[in-house]
Design a protein around this ligand. Structure first.
Ligand SMILES: O=C(O)CNC(=O)[C@H](CS)NC(=O)CCC(=O)C(=O)O
Length: 272
């Protein structure tokens, strides 16, 4: 099985981001990908609520989602659209940060709203308040596909290991972590956290990432990563835009869990 990770620098104009993303999806398909994965907020990276309100759509009329569904069907591949920013019926006007798994016939087989919101102050000059603009989800999602059972997560979710354990114990063999990581925390934590989640769960981890200077106010870390269930980095997308291909064998999931069966060794305990 072959996966293609799409690494892009989405800006604040969805109409410009779409053709760039489609071009890389086609390149990965031409290179034999069975599944192509894109980063968090593939359609639009923006820090302006006003601009998002002007340019974003609800799921049922979103032109990016329609184009990705048509492209999956035209190419006959699986598509993991890491996430799209979408309008919702939220009374406070917050958007959804929603991941989609699209089958080769163009149908959406799974959708997941990011649960954990990135509300942090990294330094005096760098802070994020994702929950002001986005409405968090409240359910974990896994999909059974011919490529394996795929658990869906997004970016900051990566720091909540119980979500990953739950997905793995529910049968996930692959977990997606589409991201738009900050450059500072990316350098400090990205690879370590992804490898830890892979080792803890015995799952393949596929993490397509935003990279570079997305807008004047926002930059991202890049380094799209594919990690084996044993914790090896199989592929690293570096810092430029492009595709990173990785071949994987689902049998490695059982091989890894056979060597370290920790996933089945949970025990109840008390305190603190
Ligand atoms: O803002 C948007 O449009 C979409 N959301 C994001 O890009 C989010 C919130 S700012 N980014 C992250 O979760 C990065 C997490 C991270 O960097 C870490 O955990 O260290």
């Amino acid at each position: 099985m072959r996966a293609g990770l799409v690494q892009i620098t989405s800006g604040d104009d969805p109409a410009q981001n779409l053709p760039v993303t489609l071009g890389l999806i086609r390149a990965a398909a031409a290179d034999g990908a069975d599944i192509v994965l894109t980063p968090e907020v593939t359609n639009m990276v923006s820090t302006s609520r006003q601009r998002q309100t002007a340019l974003l759509h609800p799921e049922d009329t979103d032109p990016s989602l329609a184009a990705f569904r048509a492209e999956a069907e035209a190419l006959g591949i699986w598509l993991s659209i890491g996430s799209l920013a979408l309008k919702t019926d939220d009374p406070d006007g917050r958007f959804a940060n929603r991941s989609f798994l699209i089958a080769p016939d163009g149908t959406v087989v799974a959708r997941y709203d990011k649960i954990h919101m990135f509300d942090v102050e990294i330094s005096d000059t760098e802070s994020y308040r994702e929950s002001a603009g986005y409405r968090p989800g409240d359910r974990a999602v896994m999909a059974d596909t011919p490529l394996g059972r795929i658990g869906l997560t997004i970016c900051y979710d990566l720091r909540f290991p119980h979500l990953y354990r739950r997905l793995a114990q529910a049968g996930a063999q692959i977990i997606t972590v589409p991201s738009a990581f900050s450059p500072v925390t990316g350098a400090a934590h990205w690879e370590t956290l992804l490898r830890a989640r892979a080792i803890e769960t015995g799952c393949f981890i596929f993490a397509a990432a935003q990279t570079g200077q997305n807008t004047e106010a926002r930059a991202t870390y890049g380094h799209s990563l594919a990690v084996s269930p044993w914790g090896e980095v199989l592929a690293d997308g570096g810092t430029g835009p492009g595709i990173t291909m990785v071949d994987f064998d689902l049998a490695d999931v059982d091989r890894s869990r056979g060597r370290i069966p920790a996933l089945g060794h949970d025990r109840p305990f008390e305190g603190p």
